[in-house]
Design a protein around this ligand. Structure first.
Ligand code: KG4
Length: 334
């Protein structure tokens, strides 16, 4: 079954052709350079660029897969959550394609597709497993009890991990998307230099990153007022360490408490080098199997939408032409 998948939830216009878990093509037109000027995604610009790119991106995906539009068996599309104007471009284009080709339309939840990025490369990975889902907008520990069934064990009470990285990086003068740059330049030489807090939550497995974010902003402002220079690589490394401490501690604890021996990590922040390194060490020590997507599938892409779309289709989750984009939606929406 060949699925043409479309992703346009934020600032990447992507289309892919996926056959079950095999990627035949995956085209991504990124808008990062344009949004960098503004220090973050400008929703109106994002929607316009999606509109301009989507037709060509789909053509390229079909061409690179070595097939014709008439070979496509279904169209999958990210319909939630995300920027509403951006989502609408993908959803409406997918509706048009599905009508023209007379094939099923499969709505895909963005967070479910991030988890499915792991299926593209770890062919043996099947539910049940535990997933740490860390992106720009979400930080969640979820039990993946089936391909389309999830149980949230923990989540952020305020900012997402990616947002914490992006905002702290911005206040240190690093360019958008800050998480990527922060990870690149982080160098620990003196762990005591910036005594940032270790965030804690009253609810087990939950996260909180806003206090850490505020502490970094205050550190930078105080230094500025006193005319002192900030050691940016050390501050970056301290932030990264604190965020990873919280992500890793909660995930390992949840796996032990709930008896999971398979852990997957997904979402844009799963590209973080310290998170990857330390999770490998922790899971090796505990005897857990660990799954990460390769870097090319960590950030937004349509290949992961195609992988999840396949399982949504098998579960009977197709849509008619009344399908609408939804800005905010729980991962268990049905
Ligand atoms: O999953 P994603 O592409 O978009 C959402 O669906 O939210 O995640 C984007 C987030 C951004 O906050 C970005 O800074 C972060 O992932 N990110 C990283 C790294 N690469 C991307 N954060 C830390 N370290 C990285 N290497």
């Amino acid at each position: 079954m060949k699925i043409l998948a479309i992703e346009s939830s934020c600032d990447e216009t992507s289309a892919a052709v996926v056959e079950k878990r095999t990627v035949l093509s995956n085209i991504i037109a990124t808008q990062i350079e344009e949004h960098r000027i503004y220090g973050g995604v400008v929703p109106e610009i994002a929607s316009r660029r999606h509109t301009e790119a989507i037709s060509r991106v789909c053509d390229l995906a079909v061409e690179e897969a070595g097939i014709k539009y008439t070979d496509i068996d279904a169209v999958a599309v990210t319909f939630a959550p995300g920027l509403i104007g951006s989502l609408l471009v993908g959803v409406n284009f997918a509706k048009g394609l599905s009508a023209a080709l007379e094939v099923p339309l499969i709505p895909v939840h963005h967070l479910r597709s991030h988890i499915a990025a792991n299926y593209l490369v770890h062919k043996e990975l099947e539910p049940e497993f535990l997933c740490l889902l860390v992106s720009g907008g979400n930080t969640v520990i979820a039990e993946v009890t089936d391909y389309t069934k999830f149980k949230i064990l923990g989540q952020t009470n305020d900012d997402a991990a990616g947002e914490c990285f992006d905002k702290t990086a911005r206040c240190m003068g690093l360019s958008y998307p800050g998480g990527v740059m922060l990870d690149k330049i982080a160098t620990i030489s003196d762990t005591q230099k910036y005594p940032l807090p270790f965030p804690k939550c009253s609810k087990e497995y939950d996260f909180s990153f806003s206090g850490l974010k505020t502490a970094v902003i205050n550190t930078v402002h105080n230094a500025g007022q006193k005319g002192e220079e900030i050691d940016i690589p050390v501050l970056c490394a301290t932030v990264r360490q604190r965020v990873c401490d919280m992500l890793i501690t909660n995930t390992i604890k949840a796996a032990e408490d709930y008896g999971y021996r398979k852990i997957a990590v997904a979402g844009g922040v799963s590209a973080n080098s310290e998170l990857r390194k330390r999770m490998v060490e922790e899971c090796r020590n505990k005897g857990f199997s660990l799954y990460f997507p390769p870097l090319e599938y960590c950030s937004d892409n349509a290949a992961m939408v195609g992988a999840q779309g396949y399982y949504e289709y098998l579960s009977g989750n197709t849509a008619d032409f009344s399908l609408n984009a939804v800005a905010t939606l729980d991962i268990n929406y049905d």
